[in-house]
Design a protein around this ligand. Structure first.
Ligand SMILES: Nc1ncnc2c1ncn2[C@@H]1O[C@H](COP(=O)(O)OP(=O)(O)OP(=O)(O)O)[C@@H](O)[C@H]1O
Ligand SMILES: CC(C)(CO)[C@@H](O)C(=O)[O-]
Ligand code: BAL
Length: 282
């Protein structure tokens, strides 16, 4: 496994692989890898001859009051995980490598970025789209792997690939959870033991929502109300949103049907957690 930090070095490796006719699977991450990332890497490993993982805490997608400075990192540990999972190349650039002083181009999307997390994280998806576009251009993947835990991000990346006719297949990977249900996330490391207990309300509320839909609830307003009421049983939970939206356009809808995304964002202490489920059939 190679670890490189410059765009030039990645491009040289990718050029050679392409000349040899290899397919490339790409997993973009911000590092501090866990089994959620592991499942993306495993899926990439199974379907492609070469696997590239990027580890880059992208400053452009963090707001001024967000956790860019405290975001966890451990390249040595991440490298071992990647090596064990059969990754061929880690790309670990510096912010200066990705954004030199004469960097002036951004990828902006409307509509999908204006809902859910976009309401409170201004500029976040501009940063995500810009960096993912740049990473795709650098790594030239046949397939790129994204987690359903970040459902809005996944929908936005699919839209970007479609709108801009990008030659990459976006593969969705199911949310990997802790044994008690909490979605795995690098930010779970911020949770104190007490907050970790309280955080369970998030996945619990997702399970409740799924059960209500299975039992026949088709009214989005009622579903949201029931989920909010459940979240409020945990005094440490501060609700940012509970929303029912179309899974592709991310616009709010009133009647639940297959293809709908039910998404929540909740703050537990200083930790912001997201979770969701998709309605596959009624
Ligand atoms: N629990 C999970 N299951 C499946 N995929 C996941 C999970 N957690 C993260 N991913 C995916 O891994 C990719 C990289 O995500 P990232 O490095 O931001 O990890 P994260 O744990 O989501 O971090 P954060 O705590 O910042 O949300 C994204 O496509 C994300 O959706
Ligand atoms: C896709 C991504 C690596 C872009 O920085 C990031 O948003 C993430 O880790 O989900
Ligand atoms: N996993 C999503 C990246 C972010 O929250 O910045």
């Amino acid at each position: 496994m190679q670890i490189v930090s410059t765009i030039k070095d990645v491009k040289a490796v990718v050029k050679k692989w392409k000349e040899e006719g290899h397919t490339i699977g790409f997993v973009p991450t911000m590092g501090f890898l866990h089994e959620g990332h592991g499942s993306l890497i495993t899926a990439a490993r199974e379907a492609n001859e070469k696997v590239v993982v990027s580890i880059f805490v992208n400053p452009m997608q963090f707001g001024p009051n967000e956790d860019f400075d405290s975001y966890p990192h451990d390249l040595e540990r991440d490298s071992k995980i990647c090596e064990n999972l059969g990754v061929d190349l880690i790309f670990h650039p510096t912010p200066e490598e990705m954004y030199p002083q004469d960097f002036f181009t951004y990828v902006d999307m409307s509509v999908l970025t204006e809902e859910l997390c976009g309401l409170n994280r201004e500029g976040h998806f501009r940063g995500v789209c810009t960096v993912v576009n740049k990473l795709f251009n650098i790594t030239q993947p046949d397939r790129a792997y994204f987690g359903e835990k970040d459902a809005q991000q996944l929908a936005i990346i699919k839209q970007m690939v479609k709108d801009l006719c990008m030659n990459v297949e976006v593969i969705d990977c199911p949310t990997v959870r802790e044994e008690d249900g909490l979605a795995k996330s690098s930010r779970n490391t911020y949770l104190s033991p007490e907050d970790r207990g309280a955080a369970l309300i998030v996945s619990d509320t997702i399970s409740l929502g799924e059960s209500l839909v299975k039992e026949g609830e088709t009214n989005a307003e009622k579903l949201i109300a029931a989920m909010e009421t459940h979240l409020k049983t945990e005094p440490k939970a501060k609700i940012e949103y509970v929303k029912v939206v179309d899974g592709e356009t991310l616009q709010p809808i009133s009647t639940i049907r297959p293809g709908v995304l039910v998404a929540i964002a909740v703050h537990i202490g200083k930790t912001r957690l997201i979770d969701n489920f998709s309605v596959r059939k009624l």
